[in-house]
Design a protein around this ligand. Sequence first.
Ligand SMILES: Nc1nc2c(ncn2[C@@H]2O[C@H](COP(=O)(O)OP(=O)(O)OP(=O)(O)O)[C@@H](O)[C@H]2O)c(=O)[nH]1
Length: 238
Amino acid sequence: NQLPLPVTKNTFFHLLYNYFHILFSRYDRLKMSKAVVVGDLNVGKTCLINRFCKDVFERDYKATIGVDFEIERFEMSGLPFSLQIWDTAGQEKFKCIASAYYRGAQVIITVFDMADIKSLEHTQQWLSEALRENEPDSCFVFLVGTKRDLLSAEECQRTESDAIKIAAEMNAEFWSLSSKTGENVQEFFFRVAALAFEDAILKDLETGSSTAQIGDGNILDDNALEDAQEKPKKKSCC
Ligand SMILES: Nc1nc2c(ncn2[C@@H]2O[C@H](COP(=O)(O)OP(=O)(O)OP(=O)(O)O)[C@@H](O)[C@H]2O)c(=O)[nH]1
């Protein structure tokens, strides 16, 4: 009955399906990038991923044990693109399991709860732990404030201005959103996917790989890249 990962919020078959998708994409040279989501416990990492991938919101808190992940598929300028979104546990006791999955990330999403300023103070520590497992300057970094719906307009403005300062120190792009209402969630992940896709294509062009072509074989040009960045399309949910 032993599962290959500590699993709570996902079924074994769902994880198995995702693993096969990764294996298949390597074989078929599909574009795939990895994003890891880190931050204190209870800040809303799982809810954020679930809002985007399944369009659901869970009011009751269930701690993530170790890690979990989803794969979201996009179509960018005629090319299939997948984003692996790794949800990690915020609880200290699971940190060593979760940190084993930081490696190989193209995107690090550092999450805090806008209604709990302490969690913002911890984001730099989470980022440095995630960066330690990756090549310097190889990752896009995002600072994401969740639970925006719990704040008044005034509180929201105050927290956002604190977060913008911290984001600048982290060299991160800041987003504030709500998984409960869905505000900004799609926009945020489309931005993540667009940047990750562009990066994957540029890396392919640098290495001269044949997969850096779109549709009927046109090499990706600047306009196509701009197009992908501005209007990434969500094709389907896993
Ligand atoms: N009001 C509101 N509540 C939220 C939002 N996002 C998450 N929550 C609540 O916050 C609690 C924690 O959410 P999770 O997504 O499980 O938190 P987590 O960061 O994954 O926690 P760990 O798995 O322990 O690391 C849950 O009770 C959610 O319902 C939000 O945008 N607005």
